[in-house]
Design a binder for this molecule. Structure first.
Ligand SMILES: CC(C)(COP(=O)(O)OP(=O)(O)OC[C@H]1O[C@@H](n2cnc3c(N)ncnc32)[C@H](O)[C@@H]1O)[C@@H](O)C(=O)NCCC(=O)NCCS
Ligand SMILES: Nc1ncnc2c1ncn2[C@@H]1O[C@H](COP(=O)(O)OP(=O)(O)OP(=O)(O)O)[C@@H](O)[C@H]1O
Length: 222
């Protein structure tokens, strides 16, 4: 078995790399997706957010208002309060899913994709932070301006936007990046660095080189 953390800043291309690894056989657990699932009405992060931030973060249809939560987190400087509610639950779910996979497939490569592997204060195992949860860490990197441009494209969902909307989205990207450690710090803590400032085919080439190394490590470790 091999427990791999896949990290990188906002818009670096983690999800894109994760899809490429999944196509080769990795079992990918996406933190954002687990977080969204646990934020559905009746789920524990939903309950925690409403209890902490009040009915103002619930939309008319009963779902959580992600834009309101993002404002609270990144504009009002209360991101640690969101993290304290979400991270322990997301990490606990990841660990439970990882165990399930290893019981079924002892030589699996389980890859947890998360923007905040190094940043989070939660998930400490045996007094170790991420080191207690992962055997290897891969980071995906891209220049800051490229990350911001990708965030704008994704957030505007391909629609034409005004200059003011573009500026607001760029500012939102910078606020989120300010809550994440730099690529230099991340790369110093990582086992492998994938660069994704160019074409996706260049990322794919690096993934293809790395995959056999991960597979070999998974098949030899207990
Ligand atoms: C604030 C929320 C509601 C905003 O939702 P939204 O749909 O706009 O963004 P989404 O969840 O798709 O995140 C997009 C990207 O923003 C960045 N980001 C999100 N949360 C955080 C955070 N707490 N700190 C730093 N960056 C973050 C990441 O790069 C992430 O990949 C949501 O991100 C959230 O609940 N965040 C707190 C929990 C968390 O840390 N999630 C990320 C990993 S579990
Ligand atoms: N090499 C690339 N060339 C062009 N577009 C790319 C490339 N890599 C990723 N993208 C696009 O950039 C956006 C962000 O990529 P992706 O979702 O993989 O990043 P992420 O690191 O998971 O981001 P976040 O932390 O914001 O969720 C997506 O719309 C994706 O299709």
């Amino acid at each position: 078995m091999l427990r791999v953390g896949l990290t990188g800043g906002l818009g670096s291309g983690k999800s894109t790399a994760a899809r490429l690894f999944a196509a080769l056989g990795a079992h990918v657990l996406q933190s954002d997706a687990i977080g969204r699932e646990l934020m559905e009405p009746g789920q524990p992060i939903y309950d925690g957010m409403v209890a902490h931030f009040g009915a103002g973060v619930v939309r008319a249809d009963g779902t959580l208002d992600r834009a309101a939560l993002a404002r609270i987190a990144f504009t009002e400087g209360r991101v640690e309060e969101l993290n304290a509610i979400a991270h322990p639950l997301v990490i606990a779910r990841q660990m439970a899913l990882t165990e399930q996979i290893f019981r079924r497939e002892p030589h699996a490569v389980v890859m947890v994709e998360s923007a905040l592997i190094f940043e989070t204060n939660y998930g400490t195992v045996d007094n170790a932070r991420w080191q207690g949860r992962f055997d290897r860490i891969i980071m995906v990197t891209a220049p800051e301006e490229v990350k911001i441009a990708r965030f704008v494209v994704r957030s505007s969902a391909g629609k034409a936007i005004s200059e003011q909307q573009r500026t607001e989205l760029e500012e939102e990207a910078r606020r989120r990046l300010a809550q994440q450690i730099s690529d230099d710090q991340k790369s110093a803590l990582s086992d492998y660095v994938l660069t994704n400032g160019g074409a996706v085919t260049e990322l794919e080439w690096q993934v293809d080189q790395l995959w056999p190394i991960l597979e070999a490590a998974a098949s030899t470790s207990a």
